[in-house]
Design a protein around this ligand. Structure first.
Ligand SMILES: [Mn+2]
Length: 239
C-alpha cells in the first residue's frame, strides 16, 4: 500500500512550469500509487465549480485518468480553494475530505489538515474563515456574477500576501496543534499552508508535525509505504 500527499501547488494557469511538473508527477508517481491526497491550496483561487478554464479542464481530465488507472484520489480544501465543491471533485474522480481528517489506518495515528484553521494567532483571518465556511456566505458569494467573484479573489490574494510577511502570525499555533492531536488521538499532523517543509516537534510535547511545501522547480510530496513512517521527499525539476 503506497500513499502520497501533496499540497500548495497554487495552480493558476496551464503554461507555468509548475502545472507541467504536476502533470509529470501524476504520470510518473500518482499512477504508481494506491492513494493520492491533495491537502489544499491546489489552485491559487477557486471561485465556484461553475467557473471553467483551460486549466480546470486539463487538471480534471488528468486526474480522472489517474483515478481510472486505479489510484484513489482525495481532496481537502485550503484557504484558497475552499469553494471547490462536489461537482468539480466528481469531474476529477476525487473524494472530498473534511479538515481535519484522521487517516483510516488506526495504527498510523495521523491527522491530516491544510493547516490554516490551526493558525489561531491570526484572529482576523479565523473570523473570516468561520464566516466564509458558512452556507449563507457561500450561497451569497456563488450567486454573484463571475467578474465580482474574480475581483474578490484577487483582493483576498493580495491581503494574504501582505499577511504572509509576518511568518509568526501565519504559522500554526503549537498549543492548537497539541490540543487537536490529543482530541483526535493522533501522534502526527501532516499539513501544508505555511510553505515551510520539514518534520518538527510540537513544543515540548510527544507530538510531531510534518509539513509539506509549495511547488516551484522543487516539488515536495510525502510518501507512506505499508504504514511505515511518512517520508518527505523533494525532487528538483530541470525547467
Ligand atoms: Mn494555505
Amino acid at each position: 500500500m503506497k500513499q502520497l500527499f501533496i499540497s500548495d501547488l497554487h495552480l493558476q494557469a496551464l503554461d507555468p512550469p509548475v502545472t507541467q511538473h504536476f502533470f509529470h508527477f501524476l504520470d510518473l508517481y500518482a499512477t504508481q500509487t494506491d492513494q493520492l491526497y491533495i491537502l489544499g491550496d491546489f489552485f491559487e483561487y477557486w471561485i465556484g465549480d461553475d467557473f471553467t478554464s483551460e486549466l480546470t479542464e486539463a487538471v480534471s481530465q488528468r486526474l480522472k485518468a489517474v483515478k481510472e488507472s486505479g489510484t484513489e484520489l482525495f481532496f481537502m480544501a485550503g484557504n484558497r480553494d475552499f469553494l471547490l465543491g462536489e461537482d468539480y471533485a466528481k469531474q476529477c474522480g476525487m473524494q472530498l475530505l473534511p479538515d481535519p481528517y484522521v487517516m483510516p489506518a488506526p495504527q498510523q495515528h495521523i491527522l491530516l489538515s491544510h493547516g490554516d484553521y490551526l493558525c489561531t494567532d491570526d484572529t482576523e483571518y479565523l473570523k473570516f474563515r468561520q464566516l466564509s465556511r458558512s452556507q449563507e456566505w457561500q450561497h451569497a458569494f456563488l450567486s454573484k456574477p463571475l467578474t465580482d467573484r474574480i475581483a474578490f479573489a484577487q483582493q483576498a490574494r493580495q491581503q494574504s500576501k501582505e499577511s504572509q510577511q509576518d511568518y509568526k502570525l501565519i504559522d500554526l499555533n503549537d498549543s492548537a496543534i497539541e490540543e487537536t492531536l490529543r482530541e483526535y488521538q493522533c501522534q502526527l499532523l501532516i499539513h501544508g499552508h505555511t510553505h515551510h517543509p520539514g518534520l518538527r516537534g510540537v513544543a515540548e510535547s510527544e507530538f510531531n508535525r510534518l509539513t509539506l511545501s509549495d511547488w516551484d522547480h522543487n516539488i515536495f510530496y510525502i510518501e507512506i509505504i505499508d504504514n511505515a513512517q511518512p517520508q518527505l521527499k523533494q525532487l528538483t525539476c530541470s525547467s
